[in-house]
Design a protein around this ligand. Structure first.
Ligand code: AMP
Ligand code: MG
Length: 491
């Protein structure tokens, strides 16, 4: 009896604080059951950190929860309402194919959202079917877990289950549901929704809630809503700098895909750059290059301005003064981003102190890399291990000149060469989820039901700064024919 009880509960410990917010912000709704749930991938390590019983979650009852066929005790499922600027245009959105089961409180007291993505239609589905396909859900699993291992704040992936039901996109695909774990799913778009709905009560409640949940220390009395804007900007500056430092292109930085927690969210058309080029775009529908690699910092600033607009009524009763306050706050973003990026770049080059010319040294390297179409990840790895021929630039006089300058610069610091090398090792990943490797893993899993390719990839991605021998195979580049990589939004 006891054992049965344990199997069913699996350690879930739900609280539902979001469900206590004003009703306009969500719709209560249960997941739509699926025909034949089957576990596709389960994240044992994440389950352990969440205080969940991995074995119980992989049992029949456990999988029924991950498939939305059974609502666990204490959960109170709901679809969150939000709006958003998509490619610059404002739209009403909301969880169209996801449900928040509730917030799980971990044994150490952390509060995380447990969300099922692909769990069936909701009032916010518009013309969509509310479902998701196996390939894209496994892709989110792989890339989000890789981002986490790279040290980048991100939503996590606890499990993927197949539904036993088809989903129809251009072709018939296997349906799947991802269990997403997040600090929260509060987006810039959630604030845009709150600001445009109701009488102001929703907006204030959401702002107070977000402050309490994510920035309890910022709520010190002065203008608490200005403090909220400041703290969100700080986290975004840090996050986007981390993206730029590893060459991550999010691909669809609409305001509904920017989380106030500072986590990377919504892995649709994202991908990592190979040849260094700020104009890199992977998404097939981003024809204008709005969300190109090099635009990400300025798009983040644009999105923060939309957040500030939503917050205006809370910042000051006089609109002009509210605008002034918001503008003054947001004017720091570019500098904040640059500071994080520069310090990350110094680390990538093994520089432990600061010199005024560092920025020029870094820019010179990046310009050369762009000109020679040098692979971003492999170039920094080659510099780390002094394998200059692997930069693809070693024959070039300007590179030789640059290298001399860099060596001289490293020599001028007090710290030992070993410390500098160590810093480079821990700042330059050996492996990133290279597009052709991710595709290969997904093809085997989705088409053949062979998960071994994905398992090996996930293993290599789990310790990107280890630089072990077994990771070497993941450093190789795709052959030229597959280099025009495209990602698709219709996930
Ligand atoms: P995304 O591009 O994934 O950020 O999604 C944008 C909006 O479309 C969100 O409101 C999603 O919930 C919704 N959406 C995406 N795919 C579907 C689908 N298959 N069915 C219903 N809504 C969807
Ligand atoms: Mg989204």
């Amino acid at each position: 009896m006891t054992e049965h009880h344990e199997i069913i509960e699996a350690g879930w410990n739900f609280d539902n604080s979001y469900a206590r917010l004003p009703e306009a912000l969500f719709t209560r709704l249960d997941p739509t059951p699926v025909r034949l749930p089957k576990l596709s991938r389960f994240n044992e390590a994440l389950a352990a950190t969440l205080g969940l019983d991995a074995q119980a979650l992989q049992s029949k009852e456990g999988v029924a929860v991950l498939a939305g066929n059974r609502v666990p005790e204490g959960a109170s499922p709901l679809a969150q309402a939000y709006a958003g600027h998509q490619y610059g245009y404002f739209t009403m959105l909301g969880d169209g194919r996801a449900l928040l089961l509730g917030e799980h409180i971990t044994p150490s007291g952390d509060r995380v959202d447990i969300q099922l993505k692909g769990s069936g239609p909701t009032p916010y589905s518009r013309r969509g079917d509310g479902r998701a396909a196996l390939g894209p859900m496994l892709r989110e699993y792989i890339i989000s877990e890789a981002m986490h291992a790279l040290g980048i704040p991100t939503t996590r992936s606890l499990a993927v289950v197949t539904t036993g039901e088809p989903v129809f996109r251009e072709t018939e695909l296997q349906g799947a549901i991802l269990t997403r774990v997040a600090a929260s799913h509060i987006r810039v778009g959630t604030f845009q929704f709150a600001a445009s709905a109701g009488n102001g009560e929703e907006l204030r409640a959401l702002a107070d809630y977000t402050l309490q949940r994510h920035f309890p220390d910022a709520d010190t009395g002065e203008n608490r809503y200005l403090a909220l804007l400041r703290e969100v900007s700080k986290r975004q500056a840090e996050l986007i700098a981390k993206w730029q430092l590893v060459g991550f292109v999010h691909g669809v930085m609409n305001t509904d895909n920017m989380a106030l927690s500072g986590e990377t969210i919504d892995y649709g058309p994202c991908a990592f750059i190979d040849a260094y080029d700020p104009a890199t775009v992977f998404s097939s529908i981003d024809s204008q290059g709005r969300y190109a690699f090099g635009n990400q910092p300025s798009i983040a600033a644009w999105n923060l301005a939309r957040l500030a607009e939503a917050l205006l009524p809370l910042l000051h009763s006089d609109e002009d003064q509210a605008i002034q306050l918001a503008e003054a706050e947001l004017s720091h973003f570019a500098e904040l981003f640059q500071r994080h990026w520069l310090s990350g770049m110094r680390a990538k080059l093994g520089l432990l102190n600061e010199e005024p010319d560092d920025e020029a040294l870094i820019e010179d390297l990046l310009n050369m890399m762009q000109k020679h179409r040098a692979d971003y990840t492999n170039t920094f790895r080659a510099l780390t291990f002094d394998k200059l021929e692997e930069t693809g630039m070693s024959g070039s006089p300007e590179f030789i000149e640059w290298h001399k300058k860099w060596q001289a610069r490293r020599g001028r610091q007090q710290e030992s060469e070993a410390a500098s090398h160590q810093l480079m090792k821990s700042s330059n990943p050996a492996v990133i989820p290279r597009n052709h490797r991710v595709e290969e893993a997904l093809d085997a899993a989705v088409d053949e039901g062979d998960y071994s390719v994905m398992e090996r990839l996930l293993d290599a991605l789990s310790s990107p700064y280890e630089h072990s021998g077994k990771q070497a195979e993941y450093c190789s580049l795709p052959d030229p024919s597959s280099r025009r990589y495209r990602t698709y939004c219709g996930t």
